[in-house]
Design a protein around this ligand. Structure first.
Ligand code: CA
Length: 226
């Protein structure tokens, strides 16, 4: 599925040219012709990347970049007709990740977009999951309960990650088997029970309450309140 790009550009011809090109490349593109429309769009449907023209009819592009930076992490690629070095420096210091001066070749824009999206994906991989006292650093594969580090095996980690991503939702045994092992071991298997028991012991030894609860005849639910 294509990543979402917000194009902020008030010149209709450039907007339509860039939009068509990016849609053809498989991206989901939203176009805003003003700074205010861009900020509203970014709030409602957070993009992975913003292509931002500096010369907008309402807000200064640098101001738009600064306000975007106050929200969720997003890569910002500035488009500008101004090619003064001072402006480029101001753009980068003001929270832009890269810039491109007009006129530009579409391939050049596309190459810059690829670089920025790769970087922001790597940043997102340092994702933290926090439910109640449990904090999981997905990339570092670390789990803590409060300040206490909890050592888990690879499969225990995967089962706990699934529970954290679906906290407060009942997961059936079949769902857990499907997601973790790729198939259902069948009703007779107690593999999952073994993992759940191990996770409970380890989390509780680190000071947590009983967080993984059994829903009899169905499966499990991870609750931050016992
Ligand atoms: Ca403009």
């Amino acid at each position: 599925m294509g990543q979402r790009i917000l194009l902020v550009e008030d010149e209709p011809e450039i907007a339509s040219y860039v939009t068509r090109g990016l849609i053809y490349e498989g991206y989901k593109v939203e176009h805003a012709a003003t700074g205010a429309a861009a900020l509203a769009a970014a709030r409602e449907r957070p993009p992975a990347l913003v292509i931002l023209d500096l010369g907008l009819p309402d807000l200064d592009g640098f101001e738009v970049a600064r306000r975007l930076r106050a929200g969720p992490p997003v890569a910002i690629l500035i488009l500008t007709a101004r090619d003064a070095v001072a402006d480029r420096v101001a753009g980068l210091e003001g929270g832009a990740d890269d810039y491109l001066t007009k006129p530009f070749a579409f391939e050049e824009l596309l190459a810059r977009i690829h670089v920025q999206l790769r970087r922001s994906t790597a940043m997102q991989q340092h994702e933290l999951l926090r439910v109640g006292p449990v904090l999981m650093d997905v990339a570092a594969r670390e789990v803590r309960v409060g300040a206490q580090r909890v050592e888990l095996t690879t499969k225990e980690f995967e089962v706990l990650e699934l529970f954290l991503r679906h906290a407060r939702q009942v997961l059936s045994r079949e769902q857990v088997y499907e997601r973790i092992w790729g198939y259902d071991f069948g009703a007779e298997s107690n593999v999952l029970e073994v993992y759940v028991r191990a996770l409970r012991l380890k989390l509780e030894a680190a000071g947590a309450a009983r967080l993984i609860q059994t829903i009899r005849g169905v499966g499990y639910v991870f609750r931050d309140e016992p």
